[in-house]
Design a protein around this ligand. Sequence first.
Ligand code: IPM
Ligand code: MG
Length: 357
Amino acid sequence: MQKHVLIIAGDGIGPEVTQVGKQVLDKVAQKFGHTFTYDEALIGHAAIDATGNPLPNETITKANAADAILFGAVGHPKYDNDPSAPVRPEQGLLGIRKALGLYANLRPIKLFDELLSASSIRPEILRGADILFFRELTGDVYFGEKVRSADRNTASDLMVYERYEVERIAVKAFEAARTRRKKLCSVDKANVLESSRLWREVVQDVAKRYPDIEVEHQFVDAAAMLLIKDPKRFDVVVTGNLFGDILTDEASQIAGSMGMLASASVGDKIGLYEPIHGSAHDITGKGIANPLASVLSVALLLDISFGMKVEAETVINAVDKVLKAGYRTRDIADSATDTAMILNTEQMGQQLLTALA
Ligand code: IPM
Ligand code: MG
């Protein structure tokens, strides 16, 4: 098959980990006789530096011409401590999600057995946990009206959902539950928020079309607690943009490290694949970032956008093989790891390519 991939590496460790993701794509192409062509585009701080705009038009044009997007990260510490900066790297990411209609963000939380001891949660609680999050990605407080009063002393972000926005993400989550353990948990804050009451009402409506799926509703505070207490009780979880952002960082600990979690942002057309970790400026340029989230994002890309199930499986197996052989990046090593087995980003990439070959 011939496919065109847009690489948007972004900021911080984005370029370092995306480089490994691309090498894996090339290896897959070689192994399975596909042709992948590439283009690159700017976003975030890198784009502000070059053009003054965190999301140049050219990036959207290139995105629309691609079959899929492999994404790195956005962010820069200088903005984190400057809340008044009007132009921010994150606007690039939110902008591209909106512009491409990427309303569903899939975040699979699956623990590789070899990493049981890398998590701060006890192994017996974790073993067997396998959760698929559907985070709504183009609504909620992220995109509702933002107001700052003239005297600058009052601020608000509107938490707003429309029925169709909840319905389309719910449908995607129910469909996925059908291919899994047939359980769906919808997370909201319907005891307090009107937008959550709409959310719950719509999910209850959609549930009528899926009588084969066992549905439960949890408030977000309880869900946050249950995720750590008993992660195995969850199968598919569907939730709004803000709650999903927070809960999936929490859930990354179930997979051992943020450095392991991949995500797929999809809508009706093109898909964008990215690690859930951010730009990680504390380790940028040191070459020690864990590239596995980017590599697992490549697996999602192959599976979802290209329909290449076997190829995707091969990539996941290569990750498994490298971990089984004992190789670790720093973030997933523990006190028992032999320092000789702790690899930098590039070395981890090499091990993956060997495992794929
Ligand atoms: C994520 C990130 C982004 C978000 C930031 C970088 C804007 O945390 O993808 O989870 O909040 O959505
Ligand atoms: Mg986040």
